[in-house]
Design a protein around this ligand. Structure first.
Ligand SMILES: [Zn+2]
Length: 177
């Protein structure tokens, strides 16, 4: 970057520190000796998501964030929990070094993390993402989760308060002949 004061092309770095997702550098112009600040942010390589129907679309953090936010709506999660979950996934995706990743793989990563974070959010996300064919499949997932959750982590609320899921009250319809 040229000096904003005199336009000279070269400067020296007199201080640099990491900030959020980048590096802040304090620079001094080699000609006029004025000081200025630059920020460097990592520009990740493009990452494409392969959708179920085979289409590719560029990975968008906002989209992932929106999906997870929706699953976590009104859940008593600590501030920033959803964002850091998305940060983790994003980091793992880019660190994988792959240029393309199936949407199913991302979905699985989200589910694994939500399962640890909040069971209700997990079930909500799973019901959309897995497109549970019917309430029985969903109930099986809930039951298996309930089985695992005999000793739920201390920071989680009890699984499935009565009004959280439209679990059907009558037994699954089965035709007996
Ligand atoms: Zn200068």
């Amino acid at each position: 970057m040229n000096c904003p004061f005199c336009g000279y092309f070269d400067s020296k770095v007199i201080d640099s520190r990491e900030v959020n997702d980048g590096i802040r550098r304090r620079r001094q112009c080699l000609r006029c000796e004025m000081r200025f600040t630059t920020y460097e942010r990592l520009q990740p390589a493009s990452l494409f998501v392969i959708k179920k129907d085979g289409r590719r679309e560029e990975f968008r953090r906002e989209k992932l964030l929106a999906g997870i936010r929706k699953a976590c709506e009104k859940r008593p999660l600590p501030g920033g929990a959803v964002e850091s979950l998305v940060d983790e996934i994003e980091g793992e995706l880019y660190q994988s070094g792959k240029a393309e990743i199936p949407s199913a793989a991302i979905g699985d990563m989200v589910m694994a993390k939500l399962k640890k974070l909040d069971h209700i959010a997990y079930i909500r996300f799973a019901s959309v993402y897995r497109e549970f064919a019917d309430i029985t499949t969903l109930k099986e997932e809930v039951d298996s989760l309930a089985g695992h959750a005999l000793t739920p982590p201390a920071d989680q609320l009890p699984l499935l308060p009565a009004d959280e899921l439209p679990v059907q009250t009558n037994k699954p319809r089965r035709v007996h002949r």
